[in-house]
Design a protein around this ligand. Structure first.
Ligand code: FCB
Length: 464
């Protein structure tokens, strides 16, 4: 029923003709080739060497071997019928020690990637930082805790924009700066594994500052580029009506949502959050607020699950006994995505939005060479429909990227969690399209038929 052409057509008809369907990945999670062609180590290469850092003791040395399988992986992207591919650029491939001259062999990989996408009529959406900081910047300069890293990032962003800007129109500076700051520097579950709230908030400020400086550098490189940032947002609610839980929810919303959106879109951090942080609030210079709030051509929103707050278990993803959860333990709540989009649309002057990540991990089993991941397919369908609901309420969402193209390295959880539309058999690196991927291809095909009158071959693009 779900693959029924009528229901696919009805769903795709809820999106405007200019809507972009895409799929997403990130460098460290798929590329492997950790020291190939002059690439320097990243903080994740080093973090993975610490005992117990990843659940399965794994690392990103090989990952999906995407670096060496680029052409055939590009064919897999095209076979989904998507018009857009979101990928990230590995800073230590471009500048092995985080500053100075370009490593041209590293850059050549992204030339091949971008050219390969364009040859297949797929628009490249590049993200400049998806957590793989050059390790030298951490070791010698204290990483994002040091203000200089923001300037180095802007230099790197300018270099990349000058080189790829003739073919890549869309550049996101950071992916999920909340994760860099809070999971990397307060909770310490992710690289570089620091556990200090004051450091985390300074890191957050430097990431936002680096976004602003990078936006200026990208625009100085070329005036015709679209510059944005990708944030992870969740609607936050209190677990109970107890005042302590309500207060915790307001704080978590402040730190996760308003801290970032206020700085980016209103030119300042929320006063209640600064007050709550007290001595842990970051050092901020007078000019910083203006630097951070550069005009945005788009805002990327990554959504996976809502957050239910309680003082007893601060900052843990929502989990109620009644709710369906994914293999990450994340509550499946598509209506909360609509709620989130309506709320930020109401409260901020938003640029056009892209849902830059959404998807689900489930335990896949291969039966007779097939992966019948109905749970993942249903997750994606319900969230696509939730986005259509938001669009019908006049929220300007321009595109949707499924996380992820391939099963891949899920950070501290290693290879134990599978998010891909393609199943990866790691020992052989064979890729198999899952039932969810098949459904997604049918959706993009139905959309193309409707929007462009029957011209629906996989990989075909919309007219400019
Ligand atoms: C997001 C990350 C992405 C992936 C998904 C599951 O927070 O941006 O790399 O790990 O979660």
């Amino acid at each position: 029923m779900t693959n029924n052409p009528d229901s696919l057509q009805a769903l795709s008809a809820r999106f405007p003709g200019h809507f972009l369907w895409g799929v997403a990945s990130s460098a460290f999670q798929i590329e492997g080739a950790a020291s190939a062609d002059g690439k320097g180590p990243s903080i994740w290469d080093e973090f993975c060497r610490q005992p117990g850092a990843t659940a399965d003791g794994s690392d990103g040395q090989v990952a999906c071997d995407h670096y060496n399988r680029l052409e055939s992986d590009l064919d897999l992207i095209a076979a989904l019928g998507v018009q857009a591919y979101r990928f990230s650029i590995s800073w230590p491939r471009i500048q092995p020690a985080g500053s100075g001259a370009i490593n041209s062999r590293g850059l050549a990989f992204y030339d091949r990637l971008v050219d390969g996408l364009l040859a297949r009529h797929i628009q490249p959406f590049a993200t400049l930082y998806h957590w793989d900081l050059p390790a030298a910047l951490q070791r010698e300069h204290n990483g994002w805790a040091d203000r200089d890293t923001a300037h180095r990032f802007a230099e790197y962003a300018g270099l990349v924009a000058r080189h790829l800007g003739d073919r890549v129109r869309s550049f996101a500076t950071h992916n999920e700066p909340w994760v860099t700051a809070t999971i990397g520097h307060e909770l310490g579950h992710f690289a570089p594994g620091v556990k200090n709230r004051a450091v985390a908030m300074q890191v957050s400020h430097h990431c936002l500052l680096s976004h602003g400086l990078a936006a200026q550098a990208i625009r100085a490189a070329r005036v015709d580029l679209d510059v944005g940032i990708v944030v992870n947002l969740s609607p936050v609610s209190a677990a109970t009506e107890a005042a302590a839980d309500e207060l915790q929810a307001a704080r978590e919303d402040g730190l996760l949502v308003r801290w970032y959106l206020d700085a980016l879109l209103r030119g300042g951090y929320p006063a209640d959050v600064l007050e709550y942080l007290a001595a842990d609030a970051p050092n901020v210079r007078a000019e910083d607020a203006r630097l951070i709030a550069q005009p945005l051509d788009f805002l990327g929103v990554n959504y996976y699950h809502p957050v239910v707050s309680t003082v007893n278990r601060p900052f843990s993803p929502a989990r109620t006994n009644a709710a369906a959860v994914t293999d990450m333990g994340w509550e499946v709540a598509p209506a909360k995505l609509t709620e989130l989009l309506l709320r930020i649309d109401r409260n901020y002057e938003l640029p056009p939005l892209f849902i830059t990540e959404n998807g689900a991990a489930y335990r896949d089993t291969v039966v007779d060479g097939k992966i019948n991941d109905e749970d993942r397919r249903a997750y994606i369908e319900s969230h696509v429909s939730a986005i259509a609901d938001a669009i019908e309420h006049d929220v300007d969402v321009r595109g949707y990227f499924v996380w992820s193209l391939l099963d891949n390295f899920e950070w501290a959880l290693g290879y134990s969690k599978r998010f891909g539309l393609y199943y990866v058999d790691y020992p052989t690196q064979a890729r198999t399209l899952k039932h969810s991927g098949c459904w997604y291809r049918n959706l993009t095909t139905a959309f193309h038929r409707l929007a462009y009158g029957g011209e629906a071959a996989a990989g075909s693009s919309k007219p400019a």
